[in-house]
Design a protein around this ligand. Sequence first.
Ligand SMILES: *Cc1c(COP(=O)(O)O)cnc(C)c1O
Length: 422
Amino acid sequence: MAVTNFSTERVFAERMDAVDPLAAFRDRFVWADESLIYLDGNSLGPLPRATQIRIAEVVGAEWGAGLVRSWSRWVDLPRQVGDLIGAHLIGAAPGQVLVSDTATVNLYKLACAALDAQPGRGVIVTDDDNFPTDRYVLQGIAAQHGCELRMIHTDMDQGLGEETLQAALDPEVALVSLSHVAYRSGALADMARITQLVHDAGALMLWDLCHSVGAVPVELDSCGADLAIGCTYKYVNAGPGAPAFLYVRGELQEQLRQPVWGWFGQSDQFQMGPRYDPVPGIERFATGTPQIIGTVAVQEGTRLLAEAGMERLREKGIALTSYLIRLADEWLAPRGFTLASPRADARRGAHVCLHHQDAWRISQALISAGVIGDYRMPDRLRLGPTPISTRFTDVWDALDRLRQLAADRSYADLPAEPSRIT
Ligand SMILES: *Cc1c(COP(=O)(O)O)cnc(C)c1O
């Protein structure tokens, strides 16, 4: 799958598609408009056909006909699907992953639990380029707990500097919370090394996997990670607002108490007892009634990725992004675009950012030309050639249209101000 004997001719992309072992997976998704080029699966993944069928079954047979009786088969689903994610996507042995809530809420739960478990340490470390919800949630926790949020500076395009992190670690630090793949640049952090650095300082490490789960192989257990969260509507293709997941390393589960004392984490839940007494395992991180239709979509999305295999997906992801970068170097660099992602394959997730001073207008013109990517503040065009569903010819066609509109400046008449959702 490597990009060797590169050429800018379209036939090169056609040849890459012809030898792509994952090419058939494209047909496992719904494509209502065959002419659309979708490079935004890292924001909202496309709909798997199996999910469409399965949701209809769950709604019709399990909810419609089974009614409340179906809870006996639904009740363990968040843990079962958590184990499936653990086994195939994030390198976690059973009993450590739970599907629940949203990524934002799970981050809150786990960060509070970690802080409370480290009395005498009053600092949380994160970086100023972390995803906004992460920074805001940690700001809120710091304010509530009266502790310090230590914000380290990260280069927006190249990702976290390990020396900068090292310099911020001291015996006051309770928790470090970082993204594994940066949402804008796609910069990929070295999980094993950073987790080790944080452990050497006596702190706990919480990873945000939203932009890495399903995009790059993740090995939480073997990296010694303590805590992780992630969403499922990006590379896991589980649909808008589908439930997220959380990971808590087995040995830590007993010591940690999350702040939302809901009845789904309670031992003998249906005893309806007077006092909260959480179950021993991963389900103590559950809150209230799980979202079943969404959880089923997470299961189908995970099965599809498992069938493709994370190793092959990673290989194709590197090939697609490095091909995209090669074409951008040839065609777009002379038109004022610069790469705003790490150039080294090993330092990049499955998406790429390009900088251009008119990125907002160009992203809008590109949508009109039938290519959906997105714009990210400030002046960045983000392109996500999702490995499971993107063809090399999609990348060629997208960049060909981009070079045409950059050449004729057809975007120049569009409004310069970004809209509410970008
Ligand atoms: C997408 C994303 C989120 C989203 O959190 P939600 O609670 O699902 O809105 C959080 N963190 C990162 C790094 C993301 O990329």
